[in-house]
Design a protein around this ligand. Structure first.
Ligand SMILES: [Fe+2]
Ligand SMILES: [Fe+2]
Length: 149
């Protein structure tokens, strides 16, 4: 959302084409919001955890905004690496489901609708879909960082 907004303003300011970057970044923000909405249905966070999400957003949004103003290239590189970490985390999560650490609960309705999963889909299918999204974000952000270099 930060990148989308700043690329939008950049395009307006310089009257310059955005080469589809704005749409791509806003779509990524929406996709990440759906990850949150989905996992809220699976993990049912406590009030304290919701507070942590709120604080993390307040800190991260502003710091990231500042970073993006200073160096969009670095900002996209950072996200590229964060997404790589996300791919690893979801891989570990998947292993945890497979070895029984986490129950392979039915996929929530919101996830079935969003990723067009089978009606009988389970957490395992959701994690695989989300991990594919993260891998795509990783590629896109590293590409943007390369283009802006
Ligand atoms: Fe995500
Ligand atoms: Fe992501």
């Amino acid at each position: 959302m930060v990148g989308g907004a700043l690329q939008h303003l950049h395009s307006l300011r310089l009257i310059e084409a955005d080469h589809g970057r704005i749409r791509t970044l806003l779509d990524e923000a929406e996709n990440e919001r759906m990850h949150l909405m989905t996992f809220i249905h699976i993990t049912h966070p406590s009030g304290l955890e919701r507070l942590l999400i709120l604080l993390a957003q307040g800190v991260f949004f502003n710091l990231y905004f500042l970073l993006y103003m200073i160096s969009p290239k670095t900002a996209h590189r950072v996200v590229g690496y964060l997404e790589e970490e996300a791919v690893h985390s979801y891989t570990e999560y998947l292993a945890g489901v497979d070895d029984g650490t986490y129950a392979n609960v039915p996929a929530p309705r919101i996830a079935i609708d969003y990723w067009k999963l089978a009606a009988v889909a389970r957490l395992r299918d959701v994690i695989i879909a989300v991990r594919a999204d993260e891998a795509h974000h990783r590629e896109v952000n590293h590409e943007f960082a390369d283009e802006l270099a």
